[in-house]
Structure formats: structure tokens, C-alpha cells
Ligand binder design. Structure first.
Ligand SMILES: C[S@@+](CC[C@H](N)C(=O)[O-])C[C@H]1O[C@@H](n2cnc3c(N)ncnc32)[C@H](O)[C@@H]1O
Length: 306
């Protein structure tokens, strides 16, 4: 057998890659392109319990400090951070201050995730004059915290995407502007790619797996008016991530939980949740929505607030 055909597989070609089956990519991953980037480590799986009084709860406080959660206790983090763009919950931070604030939260996320636990950040880029690629800054800050990047999902908001008619210059090359109809979901792992831990049930179907592993997701945005929060994501977004990245009964964290959509997706998929939110009104809104959903879904054990 030739050395470039390991177990009848293929090797990364020096010009293009015709074969994808049983692909030997060792030389690609040891190339200098990967120098200085966080690497997969052989880490022992540790999973600490979260005290039951803190589980399936939303804490009305800043997620810069999540002391209620033990180290290595959460299996998945999903969030859409405040955008610092003047929504009623936003502060007017400089870009550097904003990044420093988010980085504190990502650092806490890193502490509480189990080894191999995933962190999924939904973010849209901002402005036009010039455009601010927030997602690029988040990559940098996550790399800095040693998170491993797993990929990015483009969420195509399709017909519910930008209703903006800010063309810049209509039918003219003078200054046409792009109208974003997408957002990103950036996916990272803590320390190692694979999840370990006790054997638990997968709940994803074959059809869902085929669809959710694609890097472009198409579904509509959520109506802020209907939910009663200025920037909710649809339940479909955390639902897909939970199905793809966790086993039944595991714990999902949203450090900026807003109207509680991540909790609803967790309940729907028989996972546990924990959330943080600084605005009392949104905490009440989330609790109301979680309670209504749990009762309709017949899972009262996943909330215990009146
Ligand atoms: C983009 S919204 C999240 C919306 C949420 N994904 C949903 O579907 O409803 C960001 C939320 O973060 C909250 N927030 C802002 N600063 C926070 C902080 N330091 N800690 C926790 N929550 C915070 C805001 O009040 C806001 O509700």
C-alpha cells in the first residue's frame, strides 16, 4: 500500500481536494497555518453538579460573575449578547470597553463549561460607515481565551431579514450599500473537540442531523412585538444547537437570556437550563413565558417560580 493512501483513504492534495472519503489530513493540521492557534488537548472529562436550587433558574444579575455555577458543570452555552447599540438595555460603551465586558462573560463561560462543552454566540455585524465586523472581534477574544473554533453558521433570515431600504445610492455605483439579511452563530469548544461524560441519549433525528450540520440555516426572525422583548431570537435557533450539541438531560446556559427563548428550547428538548439577565422586567417576562410553555408541554418540574 502506498503511504499516501492510508487505509485506502486520500491525502490533502497540493492542488484541490478531489477525494473526501477517509481523508488523511494530518499534514494539513501540522502545517504552519495552525501555528499559534489554540489546539485540541487530551483533557480528562470532569463534570461537577450544579446545586439543584440553582438549576432551571434565571438569575437577575450580570453574567460577568456566575458564581452560582460550579466549574465544569454546563454542557452548552447559547447566547445573543447585548449589542451596545442603544436598545433600552444597552450601555454606550466604546468598542474596546464592549469587548472587555463580553470577554469577562466568555471567560466565565470557559470556567463553567465541561471539557469539550460548546459555546455558541449569535451575533450580527453593525453599521455601514464603516461596517463593524463584531464577529471577527469575538473570534479574536475567544481564541485569546483558548476556545477552539468549530465553525460559523450563517443564519439566513430570509424574507424576515433586513426590511431596510437604505440603499446608499439607488441603481448607482456611486455608493450602494449592502443590506444584511443574515446573522452569525459562532461555534466554539472548550479545550477539546469531543464531548465525554456518562452515556446519555441523543435526541436528534436523521433528518435534523443532515440539516443542522449545514453551515447555512434559513428560518425567520422572531417578532419582538409578539414576544415583548426588543431582540428575541426564535426558539428554532437554540433548539437546533441543543439537538446538535447536547445529550438528553444536560444543562444549557444562556448568560443573556432576555425573554427566555433558550429555556423554552431546553424544556422542549428535555434539557435543563440556567440563565442570567440584568433587566428585572425581562426576568419576569422570561419566567412567565417559561411557565406557560412548561404547563402546555406538561413539564412543571422545569420551573418553580410563581
Ligand atoms: C440580545 S438580548 C437577548 C435576547 C434573547 N436571546 C431572547 O431570545 O430573548 C440581550 C439581553 O442581555 C441582557 N443583558 C445586558 N447586560 C447584561 C449582563 N451584564 N448580564 C446579563 N444580562 C444582560 C439585556 O437586558 C438583554 O435582555
Amino acid at each position: 500500500m502506498k503511504s499516501n493512501h492510508i487505509r485506502n483513504g486520500t491525502k490533502t492534495s497540493s492542488f484541490g481536494s478531489p477525494g473526501r472519503i477517509n481523508h488523511d489530513s494530518a499534514s494539513f493540521y501540522s502545517s504552519r497555518l495552525y501555528e499559534g492557534l489554540p489546539k485540541d488537548k487530551a483533557v480528562k472529562y470532569v463534570e461537577n453538579p450544579i446545586p439543584s436550587e440553582f438549576l432551571n433558574k434565571i438569575f437577575c444579575k450580570s453574567s460577568e460573575n456566575m458564581e452560582e455555577l460550579s466549574d465544569n458543570s454546563v454542557h452548552l452555552m447559547i447566547t445573543s449578547p447585548p449589542y451596545n447599540v442603544g436598545k433600552d438595555y444597552d450601555e454606550n460603551l466604546s468598542l474596546n470597553e464592549y469587548r472587555a465586558f463580553l470577554k469577562k462573560v466568555w471567560s466565565e463561560v470557559n470556567r463553567v463549561l465541561v471539557p469539550g462543552g460548546r459555546a455558541c454566540i449569535n451575533i450580527a455585524n453593525l453599521g455601514r460607515k464603516p461596517y463593524i465586523p463584531l464577529h471577527a472581534f469575538i473570534f479574536e477574544d475567544m481564541f485569546d481565551l483558548n476556545f477552539l473554533m468549530r465553525g460559523e453558521i450563517i443564519w439566513n433570515k430570509a424574507s424576515s431579514g433586513s426590511p431596510s431600504t437604505a440603499w446608499g445610492s439607488w441603481l448607482s455605483a456611486r455608493n450602494p450599500t449592502l443590506r444584511d439579511i443574515h446573522e452569525y452563530i459562532l461555534v466554539f469548544s472548550k479545550g477539546t473537540f469531543k464531548r465525554g461524560g456518562p452515556k446519555r441519549r441523543n435526541t436528534i433525528s436523521r433528518e435534523e442531523f443532515l440539516e443542522f450540520t449545514k453551515s447555512v440555516w434559513t428560518f425567520s426572525a422572531e417578532s419582538a412585538k409578539q414576544v415583548g422583548h426588543p431582540a428575541p431570537f426564535p426558539v428554532e435557533l437554540p433548539y437546533r444547537l441543543i439537538q446538535l450539541y447536547t445529550f438528553e438531560g444536560e444543562i444549557v446556559l444562556d448568560p443573556f437570556i432576555g425573554s427566555g427563548q433558550t429555556s423554552i428550547a431546553a424544556i422542549k428538548t428535555k434539557r435543563n437550563y440556567v440563565g442570567y439577565e440584568t433587566n428585572e422586567e425581562y426576568v419576569d417576562l422570561a419566567k412567565r413565558r417559561i411557565k406557560d410553555f412548561s404547563l402546555s408541554f406538561n413539564t412543571p418540574r422545569l420551573f418553580d417560580f410563581e
